[in-house]
Design a protein around this ligand. Sequence first.
Ligand SMILES: [Zn+2]
Ligand SMILES: [Zn+2]
Length: 453
Amino acid sequence: MTPQKLFHQPAPPASVLMTGAHVLDPRSGIDEPRDVLIRDGQIAEIAPPNSLLAPAGTPKVNARGKHLFPAFVDPHVHLRTPGQEYKENVATGTAAAAAGGFCQVIAMPNTVPTVDQVSVLKALTATAREQALVPTGFLASITTGLRGEELTEMAALADAGALGFTDDGKPVVSAGLLRRALQYQRLSGGVIALHEEDPTLSGSGVAHEGPVAARLGLAGIPSISESTYVARDAAIALYEGARVHFQHLSALESVEALATARDAGARVSGEATPHHLTLTEESLLSLDSRFKMNPPLRSQADRQAVIDGLRSGVIECIATDHAPHAAHEKEMPFEQAPMGTTGLETAFASIYTELVKPGVLSLSLVVERITAGGALYGLPVPRIAPDEPANVVLVDLETEWTVGENGYASRSENCCFHGRRLTGVVELTIAAGAVAHGSVERKLRTIKEAQRA
Ligand SMILES: [Zn+2]
Ligand SMILES: [Zn+2]
């Protein structure tokens, strides 16, 4: 029996008729206005506008002028639990995910303690069963305590529900240890995901090594810190016939190394974050620590290479690397502040505003890439098609909003897009058949209360 890999709280299955939304699902080949009937959490019917009638008792949402997409999937979030719940927890992190239109997230294991034992993972999946608003999967660590010294019990962790393995936050420095992890992976299954950074090159750096860091007098993290590890680990994966996924690629040289490895036959994949796709090192001139993350915001040429990689498919998916930190931690001088930005609530709108509206990337491509991250870990891809579970997001692509003006669903506010005007408002998220975010939830509640009265 395959172990369960996604966990969420029980929620009543939604029934709703959405009329007239522009439905866009690149995988189903739909890109036109449609009525969509969701019945008991399943997509029941898709038909031309004004052709479906709501069954008795089913609420109807006039979605004309709005867009309906398969809901998004984030293969890289930090939920900060166990141990750092003052930054985030499963409930607040998955509420942020739902608010951003995500129906699935995959959480990283660099918690306190590390998710490096079956007991820690089991406690976490139990928490997710009680608190997660959207289905949540977990990676376990590659090495015990992220110390890079000994491998975890990968097979037992995979049996207990781990989707894969990563030491995210840190690289696996020992090539020999990574090689052994890849050999075990062939037995245990589960993808190995890598945060690539040569610590002897990044040292105590806090910003991309380049003219901006030089002007500000900040210690630099060179692009080769990332790209040399991508090249090294892709070569090890090719040699072992193993599968690796490169997290948050930020540098031009890394995208080139990934493309070269792919051409050579290596089973490698990559992800890009909204911040590396839309921002550069220039943002650091403000010395606002919201722009401090690892890997750092890099040059315009790096940003362009990441965009081009996403467009060509060398980079398969968008991942936020949602990394919450408390205000007292971030409100420090730039050098001392922790690295990381939140990203779940702004992912789609930031990319839509900065890349789709100006015509750099097509809407269809962005929807494809922002829903692709779970498949890399063997999860089913959300689809808008009859008999599929309802995993959909309704978005208003006309309305602008200011990031943070109404606070955040996340427990933390360290969003690099804070204060920006973005276009694209997530109105409704249905995840695994249940309303996870939005106004239909209120509508359904009103109807239920009316029926009870
Ligand atoms: Zn990382
Ligand atoms: Zn991360």
